[in-house]
Design a protein around this ligand. Structure first.
Ligand SMILES: NC(=O)c1ccc[n+]([C@@H]2O[C@H](COP(=O)([O-])OP(=O)(O)OC[C@H]3O[C@@H](n4cnc5c(N)ncnc54)[C@H](OP(=O)(O)O)[C@@H]3O)[C@@H](O)[C@H]2O)c1
Length: 344
């Protein structure tokens, strides 16, 4: 079955057009000025981001390759203090990745931790390990995911959907269940600090609308919003289910623990996973670092570095996903952000 159908080509062309820069006919000075302003803004944002990230402790699942590895590298470059790098094979991940010289001379501590999203016991054990260490987590990123090339009429469709549901959906539910209380501890610590300042106490679980419970990030996909080709039918179904759970988590984790939930929806990104879809078609897809940078940008641009603010829900990191996000925007604003699903 071919994946190069008209719908996809239109989608590619649309994204390409959006990428074209308007021509500037008012001379080099204006162009130079806007380049200088853009560079100054980027430097200022990087500096706010580095201040925000300093001292933070982060857990990332599926962190040994692809987008997960890019999260590790990017957070290191912003100066976080510790990363719990969720992997399925600690020894090889250490050898290939975390013992590399790129991690030397850094102030950050990278601790590989065994997490198999298909095994709830590994999630429970990892959560206990972190809890017992006394560390508070600031950000949890559920990045691990699997994809099979499966059309709805294929013989192994149900089996493959089950496999993707196990990792992409049930894994998410278990991770949120066992790690939210650890993220939420942040809020208790803040409440204790505040109560000694002002005499008032913020109850954890009281749903008082304050944040401070940290950030839970789910790596979803454009496939959560639409299934573009039959070959990714089961993957898209699992990612749509994961997005549905993420929407519920957004409300539940905020009211119970003051945790901001963010849902990232990348388009094709150049990793092993996209090569499963096509070995050649996505050779020009953006690198995984674009996903990590877009998350940090969304956190900083919207919070201004303030830990208490609820953050934007849906993030579109690359040109293709931004194009889809634009089409989805008014629906998302009314339904996801304001919660008014039904017109009066
Ligand atoms: N690449 C894209 O175009 C794209 C687009 C949209 C969304 N995404 C999403 O981005 C996330 C990362 O994808 P990627 O492109 O970086 O994929 P990838 O290169 O295939 O890497 C997948 C990662 O998930 C881990 N993983 C797989 N099964 C696991 C399990 N049962 N328990 C724990 N970890 C497991 C893998 O670890 P092992 O090395 O142990 O297998 C690996 O670290 C996924 O959620 C994916 O759905 C990707």
């Amino acid at each position: 079955m071919t994946s190069g159908n008209k719908e996809e080509k239109d989608y590619d062309d649309e994204a390409k057009n959006k990428n074209e820069q308007p021509t500037c006919d008012s001379g080099d000075d204006v162009a130079n000025e806007s380049t200088t302003t853009a560079a100054a803004t980027a430097t200022a944002t990087k500096s706010i981001a580095s201040n925000f990230m300093r001292g933070k402790i982060i857990l990332i699942t599926g962190s040994n390759r692809g987008i997960g590895k890019a999260f590790v590298d990017t957070f290191i470059s912003y100066g976080v203090s510790k990363i719990y790098a969720g992997v399925r094979d600690i020894i090889s991940a250490k050898k290939i990745t975390f013992d590399n010289k790129e991690y030397n001379n850094q102030d950050v501590v990278v601790i590989p931790i065994y997490i198999d999203m298909n095994d709830v016991n590994s999630i429970i054990t990892a959560s206990k390990q972190i809890e017992e260490s006394g560390d508070r987590l600031d950000i949890v990123i559920n990045n691990a995911g699997v994809l099979t090339r499966t059309c709805p009429l294929d013989n192994d469709c149900v089996k493959n959907l089950q496999y993707e549901m196990n990792v992409n959906v049930y894994g998410l539910i278990n991770l949120a269940k066992y790690f939210s209380p650890i993220l939420g501890r942040r809020r208790v610590i803040a409440a204790i600090a505040n109560s000694s300042d002002s005499g008032s106490e913020n109850e954890c679980g009281g749903g008082n609308g304050n944040g401070n419970g940290g950030i839970f990030v789910q790596v979803n996909s454009v496939a959560s919003l639409r299934c573009v080709i039959p070959e990714v039918s089961t993957y898209s179904a699992s990612k749509a289910a994961a997005f549905s759970i993420t929407q519920s988590l957004k409300k539940e984790l905020w009211s119970k623990y003051g945790i901001s939930v963010m849902s990232i929806h990348p388009g094709p990104i150049l990793t092993d996973m996209i090569k499963e879809v096509s070995s050649t078609r996505f050779n020009n897809a953006p690198p995984p670092s674009i996903v990590a940078e877009s998350l940090i940008d969304a956190i900083i641009t919207n919070s201004g570095g303030d830990d208490n603010k609820q953050l934007p829900f849906m993030i579109y990191p690359d040109i293709k996903s931004k194009s889809l996000g634009k089409a989805y925007q008014s629906f998302a604003e009314i339904v996801h952000e304001q919660g008014n699903a039904y017109a009066e």
